[in-house]
Design a protein around this ligand. Sequence first.
Ligand SMILES: Cc1cc2nc3c(=O)[nH]c(=O)nc-3n(C[C@H](O)[C@H](O)[C@H](O)COP(=O)(O)OP(=O)(O)OC[C@H]3O[C@@H](n4cnc5c(N)ncnc54)[C@H](O)[C@@H]3O)c2cc1C
Length: 367
Amino acid sequence: MESILILTYADETGSALTKASLEAVTAGMELAGRLGASLTIGIVAVDPAAAAVALASTGARLLAVCGEAFSQARYATDAAACEALCRAAGASIVLAPGSARFTRVAASVAYRVGGFIDTHITSLKVTGTSGVESVEAGRWFYRQRVEAVLARDARPWFMLLDAGTHAPFAGESGTASVEEIRLQLPVLRTTVTGLRAPEHGAQTIRPDAKLLLVAGAGWTKKQSDGQMHASEAGELILGFLRIADASLGSSKSLVDQGGDGQPVLPFLTHLNQVGQTGSTPRHLKGLSTCCHGEEPHVVGWRFIAERRAISLDPNCGWTRGKADVVYIADAFAVMAKLNALLERAKAEEGRTLMASDAEASLAVVCP
Ligand SMILES: Cc1cc2nc3c(=O)[nH]c(=O)nc-3n(C[C@H](O)[C@H](O)[C@H](O)COP(=O)(O)OP(=O)(O)OC[C@H]3O[C@@H](n4cnc5c(N)ncnc54)[C@H](O)[C@@H]3O)c2cc1C
């Protein structure tokens, strides 16, 4: 009989669980339900009280490692906390969010407790008949081109779950008791003095955004007047990101520019690149602009549920079945009008705009 432990941790408030942790809770509950397995949730937090309230309706056994030492990500304390939770739970399957914080420690925790680990898990399935069930985990290889199904006899089996593959758990609040696991802190050689992050306005990669805007190399190419309009392109792109709170992706051609004196968009880095040699983000919707939609780029759109593109070329890759809607139009004109419509809608209604507003405005601009 399997038993499941879900490892979770609190966000910067020190008490509320991160979204990725809540996604792992959903995955673990579904798996436990299908296996009829016992469920334990391990919490790493300064104070686990708020997490316990949020998790009360799971009915799971709650274990916590808590205290100021666990307020921030640090290899030694996080590894020690997760190890203590694993030993206390003694589970055969351990699920954890594949976030930067837990990805850093999970392999060593698995090693310490004699387990095996798989990463980038996107789905969990149970096969077989009652009493002889088998767990199968899905993940993608070769830049999301090949989907594999993994099964293991070895236990404990650790699995790091990719973000965005499960809905975050949101149950009724309630009261639940938490068993505190005390541990001897390891020798701490790292002192976390604070967090340095780009200012909100400067951050263009927003994994939690509903909408992904992709910029392609067309933005810095000569336009119909024979001129390049890179600074106007930058203003239109940043304007849209600001108003729609979208995340920014790019084609490889655009982020590679600059080496031979071509105009560049200064806010783009290789971290923005989407595709075979870039990232594979997960957003509900995506809008591609000035991008040709070639396969090495579009393979990075695998998990974008709804795709739209604006391109001048009626023969671009997007029109060949890679987008749901393609606007054969000048992206400079479309985005200028789209931004104006969104600005107006925002001013009139005084609310934060969503992906659906961008879509509605886009339909007005390009009927
Ligand atoms: C091994 C390998 C790995 C690769 N990995 C990646 C990867 O990870 N990600 C990636 O993106 N690429 C990758 N590539 C490159 C990829 O094949 C393409 O070369 C690249 O995606 C092209 O970028 P683009 O569409 O922005 O530029 P272009 O091909 O130059 O297309 C620009 C488009 O903009 C349009 N346009 C111009 N002006 C306007 C306007 N005013 N309005 C609307 N449209 C306009 C043009 O019609 C054109 O279709 C890889 C290639 C290889 C060989």
